[in-house]
Design a protein around this ligand. Structure first.
Ligand code: C5P
Length: 225
């Protein structure tokens, strides 16, 4: 983070909220912004994935709310293993447990506690600007067309030496979008004051620069840049 931010940061954490559908590029953007401004980083998707992983690893039913609530209570933000949690099946199961209001309440409490850390944080997810941190200093809503997101996901899988079928990835992305946007509790949608960033036509660098530009403008307007 720029030097002048630290004094004011002693009073209040600086929070950047990033929301958007799966595969829009939020994760990379969040990491780049956190590095650039020297802020803490929380991928809140990992918290839902941790709940799902615990249930799956225990061979327990995903539909059992009491089990999911217990798993949510056990989530430790300091011990989120991205490697283990990135499995496709875990992401799919995560979007199913994410519809349970009590699971969300427990995880949101933990995420809010994280967001209170100084000098500030970048949080990415689906409901950061709307529910977790409605007072965030900067809100970004990052999207890209479902086709572009599916193409990116396929390229990622192939870069790791794997194979997959484009049509199945696209179906998957659409199903996840539907579940995330259609749920009753905290559906995925842009906050009224979010900056919309469509990355369909952007590479990672261009998307990062566009986001940085927005954050710099907010900092500049406050004389914090
Ligand atoms: O972003 P990621 O794919 O890791 O998220 C997995 C699932 O967790 C999402 O599909 C969504 O259902 C859920 N999630 C959520 N709220 C968040 C972050 C993730 O409901 N803030």
């Amino acid at each position: 983070m720029t030097g002048s931010l630290s004094d004011e940061a002693a009073a209040a954490p600086f929070v950047i909220a990033i929301d958007g559908p799966a595969g829009a590029g939020k994760g990379t953007m969040a990491r780049r912004l956190a590095d650039h401004y020297r802020l803490h980083l929380l991928d809140t998707g990992l918290t839902y994935r941790a709940v799902a992983h615990r249930i799956l690893a225990g061979g327990l039913p995903l539909e059992d709310e009491a089990v999911a609530i217990e798993a949510a209570r056990a989530v430790d933000l300091g011990r989120l293993d991205r490697e283990v949690l990135s499995a496709h099946a875990v992401g799919e199961a995560a979007s199913r447990v994410a519809v349970i209001p009590e699971v969300r309440r427990i995880l949101v409490d933990k995420q809010r506690a994280f967001a209170r850390r100084l000098p500030g944080s970048v949080l990415d997810g689906r409901d950061i600007g709307t529910v977790v941190c409605p007072e965030a200093d900067v809100k970004l809503y990052v999207t890209a067309s479902a086709e572009v997101r599916a193409r990116r996901r396929l390229a990622e899988i192939e870069a790791r030496g794997g194979t997959a079928e484009f049509g199945r990835i696209l179906d998957d992305i659409r199903r996840r979008d539907e579940r995330d946007m259609g749920r009753a509790d905290s559906p995925l949608r842009p906050a009224a004051d979010a900056h919309l960033l469509d990355t369909s036509e952007m590479d990672i660098e261009a998307a990062f620069l566009a986001a940085k530009d927005i954050v710099d403008r907010v900092l500049g307007a406050r004389g914090r840049a």
